[in-house]
Design a protein around this ligand. Structure first.
Ligand SMILES: [Fe+2]
Ligand SMILES: [Fe+2]
Length: 212
């Protein structure tokens, strides 16, 4: 399944707010770099379609967590906050936040493929995400909290909601960091290899791996 197939499958889950969602998606696809933008200048999916890959991955992880931990949460909420939590990384229509790095030396020797656009007005990325989405889609309070504070307690200013997180905020934060650090950094494969090695050791010593 390609990234676009996965993205289109997520879009099909939107029913109640389909009209505003479609209007927002049309703006993103036609007037911003949504389908091509990297997710960072240097580290985290700093490549073409990086932001789309990350956003689709987070929405999919969030739907998995929802299924096992909180099936009463609306799937549509998960798709909207998962897909759009980092949309502030696009900048605003007409002013992309990430631009190709025009310093060939820095690209070649330091591997920094993109730079940020100084013309985009400075604000926290999650704040810009909320600014962009809420112009098109009316959000519940829980969805707004989840988007605005998705970095959890890694950000000092987020202390304001410490221990007051809605379930959707906790799930989005977890889905974001699980996707970025376990899937995107290739650690999921390592996890499987580690389990296989443990299984081999347990077989050798006659133990039961399954029950441990
Ligand atoms: Fe983020
Ligand atoms: Fe993210």
């Amino acid at each position: 399944m390609t990234i676009l197939d996965r993205y289109n499958a997520l879009k099909l889950k939107i029913t109640e707010r389909k009209k505003p969602f479609d209007r927002f998606i049309t703006l993103l696809e036609d007037e911003t770099t949504w389908l091509t933008s990297p997710a960072s200048t240097r580290f985290h999916l700093a490549e073409e379609k990086g932001l789309l890959k990350h956003s689709v991955g987070v929405a999919e992880s969030l739907l998995k967590f929802r299924e096992f931990l909180a099936p009463s949460i609306n799937e549509e909420s998960c798709v909207i906050v998962g897909l759009f939590h980092d949309i502030g990384k696009l900048g605003v229509p007409g002013k992309p936040y990430y631009l190709p790095n025009d310093d060939a030396w820095v690209v070649k020797n330091r591997g920094i493929n993109y730079k940020t656009n100084p013309e985009v007005i400075a604000m926290g990325l999650a704040v810009r995400s909320l600014y962009l989405i809420s112009q098109y889609i009316s959000l519940s309070e829980a969805e707004a909290q989840a988007i605005a504070y998705h970095d959890g307690q890694y950000i000092d200013d987020n202390k304001i909601i410490a221990h007051k997180e809605e379930p959707l905020t906790l799930l989005l934060h977890w889905a974001d960091y699980w996707t970025a650090h376990i899937y995107e950094e290739g650690r999921y494969e390592q996890l499987n290899k580690l389990n296989l090695r443990r299984e081999e050791v347990y077989k050798l010593i006659g133990g039961n791996y399954e029950s441990c």
